[in-house]
Design a protein around this ligand. Sequence first.
Ligand SMILES: Cc1ncc(COP(=O)(O)O)c(C=O)c1O
Length: 445
Amino acid sequence: MNVHDRPNTPLLDSYWMPFTANRQFKAAPRMLAAADGMYYTSDDGRQVLDGTAGLWCVNAGHGRRGIAAAVERQLSTLDFAPSFQMGHPIAFEFAERLAAIAPGPEGNRLDRVFFTGSGSESVDTALKIAIAYQRAIGQGTRTRVIGRERGYHGVGFGGISVGGLVNNRRVFPLLPGADHLRHTHDLARNAFVKGQPQHGAELADDLERLVALHGAETIAACIVEPVAGSTGVLVPPQGYLQRLRDICTKHGILLIFDEVITGFGRLGAPFATDWFGVVPDIVTTAKGLTNGTIPMGAVFSSRTVHDALMHGPEAQIELFHGYTYSGHPVACAAGIATLDIYADEGLLTRASELSDHFANAMHALKGTENVVDIRTIGLVAGIELASLDGAPGKRAYDVFVDCFEKGLLIRVTGDIIALSPPLIVSEEEISTMADMVGDAIRRVG
Ligand SMILES: Cc1ncc(COP(=O)(O)O)c(C=O)c1O
């Protein structure tokens, strides 16, 4: 059924949709009208299994009553309060709750929390904190920020400058001085690996190359996604992240992990920082922070970074940065209720229990025609397809549409399918997802 034939369908003209082929979409819309647990309901009443936790964010599944109740209570208690030179208790409470599970080892957690409104804002905040930190410790020449090819760090000017996806960059001016490590994708050596690939730790030495090129004294920070998600699920080679950590430490460069996707249980530990046992100086988060319900991000900093900025006259604002919605009380209420669910249901580590089944189910698609690689870690999978000649992205897009029509939501980037279901997913649902993706790939051909 076309959306135009459906009763109560809104007009589609006014909404300029993000990261969407607007004209193509509006000619044949795909509408999600409701959601509960593992399922969306489309506007024509079909059940659609959520293979992507919405957009990597609904980690506790949909329609959680505890979050709805907390939001409702907060809205009728304190709907908004300014956070500049004013405070409200729930923001402090949420920060304390986050500090208790913050990335990093017990006793050395990154437990200083700056609130933002999204992942993009978290990234720009982290980059600014890093530059401000360097200046505060007398390293004011360090203003350069290093990202990585194929990285995705949101859509702010900072984020696209360190990001490495060409379509997000080519039209816009970028931060001067940003540079990039090479990406770690290596189909020739690492195809069809479960977990971390064996080859490629030496790619971290690219940071030494950039130090030799620019001078360490010009570099404030290096930012990477511990597992690159939006570029199509690139799992870091064994030893790579530790090597990056060591090079950063050697040269006084802050290491930032962008955990907007990996934060809050995606890999099987609360944060990728914990899963890999490599501790950066700053961690960015969003998405799973509030189970996707109310927009919010949080940046976790080490005490070293935070405390370096807590100097000078007490009446002086230490960091000239913040958002109207930093620490929004309703988002904090959603976040606290989300943390309660994660704790009650053991969701921050549940992916570790499911990851073997998940990996086996996904890797069973090896041998399917046009599948050139499968990568898995925790509850994330990337299934890479051979591109059609002259039409990169078309094959995966057709699989995406086919899956949606058959009742499964997947995500595609280029010709890579990404799966990242809510952490409440059952083994049976995982198997269903793999079967449905396989069937769609075969149908599309
Ligand atoms: C690693 C990473 N950083 C930043 C972002 C941007 O987050 P947002 O879309 O909330 O601005 C994303 C979004 O997918 C992401 O995956």
